[in-house]
Design a protein around this ligand. Structure first.
Ligand code: ADP
Ligand code: ASP
Ligand code: MG
Length: 424
C-alpha cells in the first residue's frame, strides 16, 4: 500500500464525462489498496472566463483601465476549482468510493498575502491523513489556499500543479502523479513540433528551466517544491483508458518521471527546447555610464513587480554614455514605461524605445556543463534560416535567444532538429 496524490488539469475535467473518466483512474488506485488524495483544476476554459468577468466588472465606465481588488479576483477565480472538486466527489460516491471534497481553507492550506500569486506557506495534512486511515479519498480544490487575512488566495495561473506537489510533501506521499492532456514531458511542446519525443525521465533542474522558460506543462513553483522536498513526480496522461496495460504499475507508470540528476542514466547534451511568446524589448539610449545606473533603473522596476529578464548593456564608446536593452512580458510594457518615465531625470537617459511581439526560445540540458559549442550550433542553425537574434542570455544549463515572434515555430523546430531531438 502506498500514498498517492493524483492531480487532474482542466482538459481532464472539462465535462462530466471526463470527470467520470478521472474517477475511474482514481478508483483504480483505491482498488489497488492505495491511500489517495486528488487535486483538481477548474474545467478547461473556466478560469479564463472568470478572469474576464473580473476584468469586465471592475472597469470604470468609459475607461480602459483594468485595476481590480486582488482579494475579490481570488474570491471569483477560485470558484472554478470548488465546482470540480464537488463534482468529482459526487461521481466517486456514485461509484461506491468514499470521497469528500476539500477547499483550501478547510484543510487548511496557508498562503502568504500575495493575492493572485500567493505562495503556500504551510499545509496541515493531519485531518486528511486521519481520513486516509478510514479509507476516505480527499478531493482537493487546486490553485487555492487561505491567506493571513483569512481570505481565499490563489496561487497564480497553472497553480494546481503546485497545490498537488505541496500536498504530496505535506502528507508524505510516495508519489505525485500530474495527469494532463499529454502523456509526459516532451523534448518540446508537442503542439508546435509533432516530432517531439516523450522523455522517460528529466532532472528537477532541467524541468525547472523548461517550466521557467515557457513550457507550461508544469507550473514553475511546483517543480521547485518537488525538488526541495524530493517529491517523486510523474507527468502522465488522463486520456489513456484507466485500465490500459501498465496504468496501475506502481513503480513505473507510463509517463515522465521528474527526478534527481543521478537517476538519469543516458544523459543527452540537450534535453529540450522551450519557448515563451509575448516578450517585449525596451531600449534606453544615451544612458549615463556611471555607478548606480543599473540599480536606478532596475530597482524601481522590481519594486513595481515587473519581471525584467534579458539585459544587454553596450560598452560605452566615449566613457560617458551607453545603451541599455532589456525584456519584460509584453503585458507589463505600459507599466514599465510609466516607471521609467519617473526615473528618467534622476538616472539620466534619452529616448525610450520599445517593441512587443517578440519571443524567447531556449535550449536546455545539464549535459551543456561539460560540452563546448552548444550555443554556436544554435546560432548557426538560426542564421541558416534567416532568423535574426536580438539578444542572448546563457547559464550553465541553458541558452536563451530573443527573436521576432513570427519566427517562434520555425526557431523551435530548427533547434529541436539541429540537436537531434527528433531522432529516436
Ligand atoms: P493542464 O490543464 O492539465 O494543467 P496544461 O495545458 O497546463 O495542462 O499543460 C499541458 C500542455 O503543456 C500540453 O498540452 C502541451 O501543449 C504543453 N507543453 C508545453 N511544453 C511541453 C513539453 N515540453 N512537454 C509536454 N507538454 C508541453
Ligand atoms: N485553473 C487554474 C488556471 O487555469 C489553475 C490550474 O489549472 O492549474 O490557471
Ligand atoms: Mg497546467
Amino acid at each position: 500500500m502506498a500514498r498517492i496524490v493524483m492531480k487532474f488539469g482542466g482538459t481532464s475535467v472539462a465535462d462530466i464525462a471526463r470527470i467520470r473518466n478521472v474517477a475511474r483512474h482514481v478508483k483504480r488506485e483505491v482498488d489497488a489498496g492505495h491511500e489517495v488524495a486528488v487535486v483538481v483544476s477548474a474545467m478547461a476554459g473556466k478560469t479564463n472566463e472568470l478572469v474576464a468577468w473580473v476584468q469586465d466588472a471592475s472597469k470604470a465606465e468609459g475607461s480602459n483601465l483594468n485595476i481590480y481588488d486582488a482579494r475579490e479576483y481570488d474570491a471569483v477565480v477560485a470558484s472554478g476549482e470548488q465546482v470540480t472538486s464537488g463534482l468529482l466527489a459526487l461521481v466517486l460516491q456514485s461509484m461506491g468510493v468514499d470521497a469528500r471534497s476539500w477547499q483550501g481553507w478547510q484543510i487548511p492550506i496557508h498562503t502568504d498575502h500575495s493575492h493572485g500569486a500567493a505562495r503556500i506557506l504551510d499545509i496541515d495534512g493531519s485531518e486528511l491523513v486521519r481520513r486516509f486511515g478510514l479509507g476516505q479519498v480527499a478531493v482537493v480544490a487546486g490553485f487555492q489556499g487561505v491567506g493571513p487575512d483569512n481570505r481565499i488566495a490563489t496561487l497564480g495561473r497553472g497553480g494546481s500543479d503546485t497545490s498537488a506537489v505541496a500536498l504530496a510533501a505535506a502528507v508524505k506521499a510516495d508519489r505525485c502523479d500530474i495527469y494532463t492532456d499529454v502523456d509526459g514531458v516532451y523534448t518540446t511542446d508537442p503542439r508546435i513540433e509533432p516530432k517531439a519525443r516523450r522523455l522517460a525521465r528529466i532532472s528537477f533542474e532541467e524541468m525547472l528551466e523548461m517550466a521557467s522558460l515557457g513550457a507550461k506543462v508544469l507550473q514553475v513553483r511546483s517543480v521547485e517544491l518537488a525538488m526541495v522536498h524530493k517529491v517523486r513526480t510523474f507527468v502522465r496522461s488522463s486520456f489513456v483508458e484507466p485500465d490500459a496495460p501498465g496504468m496501475g504499475d506502481f513503480d513505473n507508470p507510463p509517463g515522465t518521471l521528474i527526478c534527481d540528476e543521478d537517476e538519469i542514466v543516458e544523459q543527452q547534451v540537450v534535453t529540450g527546447i522551450a519557448y515563451a511568446k509575448d516578450e517585449a524589448q525596451i531600449s534606453l539610449r544615451r544612458v549615463a555610464d556611471r555607478p548606480g545606473v543599473s540599480a536606478g533603473i532596475f530597482g524601481p522596476l522590481a519594486e513595481a513587480g515587473i519581471n525584467v529578464d534579458m539585459i544587454v548593456q553596450n560598452i560605452s564608446e566615449d566613457g560617458k554614455f551607453t545603451d541599455m536593452t532589456f525584456t519584460v512580458p509584453a503585458g507589463d510594457v505600459a507599466k514599465a514605461l510609466g516607471v521609467l518615465e519617473k526615473v528618467r531625470e534622476t538616472v539620466g537617459f534619452d529616448v525610450i524605445q520599445h517593441e512587443a511581439g517578440l519571443s524567447k526560445v531556449s535550449v536546455i540540458g545539464i549535459g551543456m556543463r561539460s560540452h563546448a559549442g552548444v550555443a554556436a550550433t544554435a546560432f548557426r542553425a538560426l542564421a541558416d534560416k534567416g532568423i535574426n537574434i536580438r539578444a542572448i542570455t546563457t547559464s550553465e544549463i541553458k541558452i536563451s535567444i530573443l527573436i521576432d515572434g513570427a519566427y517562434t515555430e520555425l526557431a523551435v523546430r530548427t533547434l529541436h532538429s539541429v540537436y537531434g531531438l527528433d531522432k529516436q
